[in-house]
Design a protein around this ligand. Sequence first.
Ligand code: GTP
Ligand code: MG
Length: 377
Amino acid sequence: MFLVRLLPVLRKTSVNFPVESYTKLIVKRKTHTLPKALRSTKSKSTRKEPIYFVDSKQVHVIGGKGGDGCISFLQLWCNERAGPDGGDGGNGGHVIFQATGDVSNFNHILSLIRGMTGENGRSDNCHGKNAQHTIVKVPVGTIVRNKEGKVVGDLNDANIMFVAARGGVGGKGNKFFATAVQKSPKICEYGPEGEDATYMLELRTMADIGFIGFPNAGKSTLLNAITRAKPKVAPYAFTTLRPYIGMVQYDDFTQLAVADLPGLIPDSHLNKGLGIQFLKHAERCKVLLIVLDVSLNEPLKHYEQLLHELSQFSANLAERPKIVVANKMDLPEAKDNLQELQSKLNLKVIPISAKSGTNLSELLSVMREYYEIHKNE
Ligand SMILES: Nc1nc2c(ncn2[C@@H]2O[C@H](COP(=O)(O)OP(=O)(O)OP(=O)(O)O)[C@@H](O)[C@H]2O)c(=O)[nH]1
Ligand SMILES: [Mg+2]
């Protein structure tokens, strides 16, 4: 009886399910803005030796030497002078750079790479074996420059190869030199050395977002806070001497590469401090995240100085999309400085404290927003 009474109610509710709530649901899904950054479930690695990210490397490549030809004469039991039978040497191996997604930087590449030597020729017309090519894996997006700085190779797709140094061709054995006039030549060729060249390998893009700031601004502390990377943090300038890369994970499985770059100082573009190399690292990031220490007075001046350094190095670099972060908000003097910065700068400033982890979730969602806008540039 109770069920009979309930049925029309159930039917009614199912029939009269408000259509607007469907649309509302759909609209809600569509406007669901950005995926959330995930906190890593893995602990930081216990490795003591840091792994540096090498985004440019000078390499000296030498092709393999060709195998030598052979001088030999055949002797048979009924024919003591059966003619020359010295075989040719095998070819030396090339040194080839091959783009692959298996590696992300040039950390594994040696400064001197030699190709393999071809085998020497032997008697009985035995030719030496050709050497195998030495294939050096480089990340997709590698630019190869020659000694003069001219771009000679652009490995922008997986499996594209660049022959860096060709191996020497194998020397001829004495059989090759036999003619109607000279039937027993006592000459052969040595296998020549391979090509010898020096190249500069550079990565087109090193990270999606690069941290720029003066020394001690808290760049490494921020990378430590948002990724599993563990760059050294210390209260003195130039703690970070090489770039560190960390990955930020989002709940839609996207990973964002962020780079902690060494600090800039006034006149960095004139190679002062630790040199313009660091500005070159910044050039390989799609978005710049400017970290300002707002516990110090006049943060706007610091921002302008940083922009001046970037623009003096390259106009293109100064025009990169920028996220401005005011760090060290946990310190008492920071509030006034932040207000002053926000009133004078017509860009959005994100106040954070990398040390205590304040407001990092807002920063992570802004980083993702910028990444979505600029990822294909
Ligand atoms: N109070 C406070 N201190 C911070 C904060 N972030 C960084 N620090 C301190 O600032 C000092 C420098 O931090 P680093 O992360 O090494 O600075 P950096 O920008 O990487 O410096 P360089 O590597 O020299 O360019 C350290 O003593 C940190 O503990 C913060 O949010 N609040
Ligand atoms: Mg640092």
